[in-house]
Design a protein around this ligand. Structure first.
Ligand code: ADP
Length: 234
């Protein structure tokens, strides 16, 4: 009986955290969609119908990604857990989709994605959420720099895919390297946020039997966020 209660509480906490995350993850693509709607209205005023069509197609792709997230939420409400069949996919493909959704945030930031990256294995949707959270943070916490710059690279080591997202932003003191992965933990009250993203990122990595950590030379020295996920044959 006691065990059942514990499981119930755990699942409720999981559900509550997940609902919070999904609304967090849906915000950025919505901002981007609003930007594209503005462009389409301008296109129509200027009779630029080809551009209007291209912009409408971009909205469609972003909306598809949002649909995936909301479908995942519905699944969760039905069965209490989220998972899609594992896949092994080039990391570049997942990153391209994520960057499309973050388009509205990227305007003044130089984003460098290394062109050839290894595959990554796991739940495609959750891996996208993991990358979205880390890339969004890198953009957000470097946007005050003179020349904001975010770099994404990945390699294989000891049968694991290791990915690094680095930025030249506000940096992190060593004492907080572990603490920031706790739910609702925030160091910088000047930047909007909920303190959920890194806790979710950690959870996703753990579900994939991987590790996540950060490094930084300190305040205003930029940050590097790493995660590693085992390569499986599926
Ligand atoms: P949020 O960004 O919504 O506050 P997160 O859980 O994603 O929540 O991050 C927790 C905290 O970790 C942030 O509030 C910020 O203090 C710190 N942080 C996360 N990413 C970075 C980064 N790239 N550079 C500097 N600090 C960061």
């Amino acid at each position: 009986m006691m065990n059942h209660n514990c499981i119930g509480i755990e699942k409720n906490a999981e559900l509550a955290a997940f609902v919070y995350t999904v609304s967090h993850d849906l915000k950025s693509p919505l901002v981007t969609i609003k930007g594209y709607v503005g462009l389409i209205l301008d296109n129509i005023n200027n009779k630029e119908y080809v551009e209007a069509k291209n912009n409408a197609m971009t909205i469609n792709r972003i909306a598809d990604r949002m649909l995936c997230l909301t479908n995942e939420l519905l699944d969760l409400s039905r069965i209490g857990r989220v998972s899609s069949d594992p896949v092994c996919e080039p990391l570049n493909d997942i990153i391209s989709d994520v960057l499309l959704g973050l388009d509205g945030l990227c305007d003044n930031v130089e984003i460098i994605v290394h062109p050839s990256m290894p595959v990554i294995c796991g739940d495609r949707i959750r891996l996208g959420e993991l990358l979205q959270n880390l890339i969004e943070n890198a953009i957000k916490y470097s946007s005050g720099s003179k020349k904001p710059r975010v770099e994404i690279d990945a390699w294989v080591k000891d049968n694991e895919t290791v990915c690094c997202i680095s930025d030249n932003g506000i940096g992190i003191e060593e004492t907080y390297f572990e603490q920031i992965f706790n739910l609702f933990e925030r160091l910088d009250s000047n930047t909007p946020g909920s303190g959920v993203g890194l806790a979710v990122a950690k959870r996703i990595v753990e579900v994939h039997h991987g590790r996540i950590w950060c490094e930084s030379a300190g305040r205003n020295q930029g940050s590097e966020f790493y995660f590693s996920i085992p390569i499986r044959s599926i």
